[in-house]
Ligand binder design. Structure first.
Ligand code: AMP
Length: 402
């Protein structure tokens, strides 16, 4: 089975073609800056053949899908002879609301529900839906389409964890509750962790830390996500590259009033001007902020201390919420590569019996994965590579083998 995975952003479209027989990525690439004069497509096949082309303009996502089809079937850059070799097009859809607990085949009803949820994730679900409709228009019924939702893993979260202390009517009227995001990644590394430990996930309490430009932490109690740091939107929880993370909500109205800001401007400040970038004033990129901290910049150092401190607090809270913790997993750009954050965090978790093998931890970077805790540690600690696309492809394949 060959699956084409599409991950649409408002001005980007990432793609991957995976052959599920051997779970091999045949080609992956990105269309960037769609709808601008600097549109660009780049891809790289498993054989190392690279395609990079600047376009005068990719007018819209339809243009991008058309070019992706051309590239993957191209005799020089491509990996399949004919597009009909693709069995399914899988879409990453950010918000599944209270509708979707698993990946689903897309039909009219699914489309209507994704449309309903645009109000909860305006930029993301709109872009995801547009691309689904484009693929329907271009390929009709000849190729099945499936959707995998970022929120599905949190479907069974207990109500005590997902409700906010607001008047109940807002939950009833607007579905205001915690949804959680990065679900595909947390589920994938949680399952992988159980596999490495050679234990059933049903016997384990795991805390997974997805630390990248967007970061979240999830408590997985015997295979089920029971709490997570992101909330109604991906803005909640940890301080991130440009997102502020959890705040006292009164700060928002206070700043809006003092600076006479519209809700849109305030939203942009919270999502795009805050986090590492907002505190350091240097960058949203952890590598650059760390470099600047090393060179003596105090605000850069502060943003990093805040990040570590908040991770420690979430892990402590989730260990308490689950009444125990067997394993901690670090994943994504920062989690997989920045050993310093892992060391700082684990040093403060000695109260739980966490003990790192510092040497192994320092070496576990740039794609290496495995256990970084010492044999004496009461909690096993792992670095596991995020592979959201493979996880998506597996969930889609499952639909066909049910
Ligand atoms: P992600 O969102 O998972 O792509 O992660 C991006 C974040 O990981 C950025 O803040 C990067 O600075 C950080 N990072 C640190 N080391 C690396 C690395 N070797 N490769 C990629 N990202 C890295």
């Amino acid at each position: 089975m060959i699956i084409l995975l599409l991950n649409a952003g408002s001005s980007s479209l990432k793609f991957q073609v995976i052959d599920m027989v051997c779970e091999k990525v045949l080609i992956k690439g990105t269309c960037e800056k769609i709808n601008s004069r600097k549109s660009l497509i780049r891809s790289r096949s498993f054989a190392g053949v690279e395609f990079i082309r600047q376009y005068d303009e990719l007018v819209d996502h339809k243009d991008a899908v058309y070019h992706i089809k051309e590239i993957i079937t191209d005799s020089k850059y491509g990996v399949i002879k004919d597009f009909s070799e693709v069995s399914v097009i899988g879409h990453r859809v950010v918000h599944g609301g209270e509708y979707f607990k698993d990946a689903v085949l897309i039909d009219d009803d699914v489309i209507e529900k994704i449309r309903d949820l645009i109000v909860l994730a305006p930029l993301h679900n709109q872009a995801n839906l547009n691309v689904i409709l484009i693929c329907r228009e271009l390929f009709g019924d000849k190729i099945s389409q499936a959707a995998v939702f970022d929120t599905s893993f949190y479907f069974g979260m207990p109500q005590k964890a997902y409700m906010y202390g607001l008047p109940y009517r807002y939950y009833e009227k607007y579905n205001i509750r915690k949804y959680g995001f990065h679900g595909t990644s947390h589920k994938f590394v949680g399952e992988k962790c159980a596999e490495i430990m050679n234990q059933k996930i049903e016997d384990l309490k795991i805390i997974t830390c997805h630390l990248g430009n967007g970061s979240s932490i999830t408590a997985i109690d015997r295979g089920k996500a029971v709490d997570t740091s992101m909330g109604f939107t991906p803005l909640d929880g940890l301080i991130m590259g440009t997102r502020c993370g959890s705040l006292d909500p009164s700060i928002v109205t206070f700043i809006e009033e003092k600076e006479n800001l519209s809700p849109e401007k305030m939203d942009s400040i919270l999502n795009k001007e805050s986090g590492f970038l907002g505190i350091s004033g240097v960058s949203n990129d952890d590598r650059e902020v760390l470099e600047s901290a090393k060179n003596g910049d105090e605000r850069s150092a502060l943003s990093q201390e805040m990040f570590d401190y908040q991770i420690i607090k979430y892990i402590g809270a989730y260990a308490a919420a689950m009444n125990g913790c067997d394993a901690i997993v670090f994943t994504a750009g920062i989690g997989e590569n920045q050993w310093g954050h892992r060391e700082n965090v684990c040093e403060s978790l000695s109260f739980m019996g966490v003990e790192l093998d510092k040497k192994v931890n320092r070496e576990m970077i740039f794609g290496k994965c495995g256990k970084i805790s010492s044999p004496k540690s009461a909690v096993e600690v792992f670095v596991i590579a995020a592979n959201e696309e493979l996880a998506m492809a597996r969930y889609i394949q499952k639909i066909f083998t049910k």
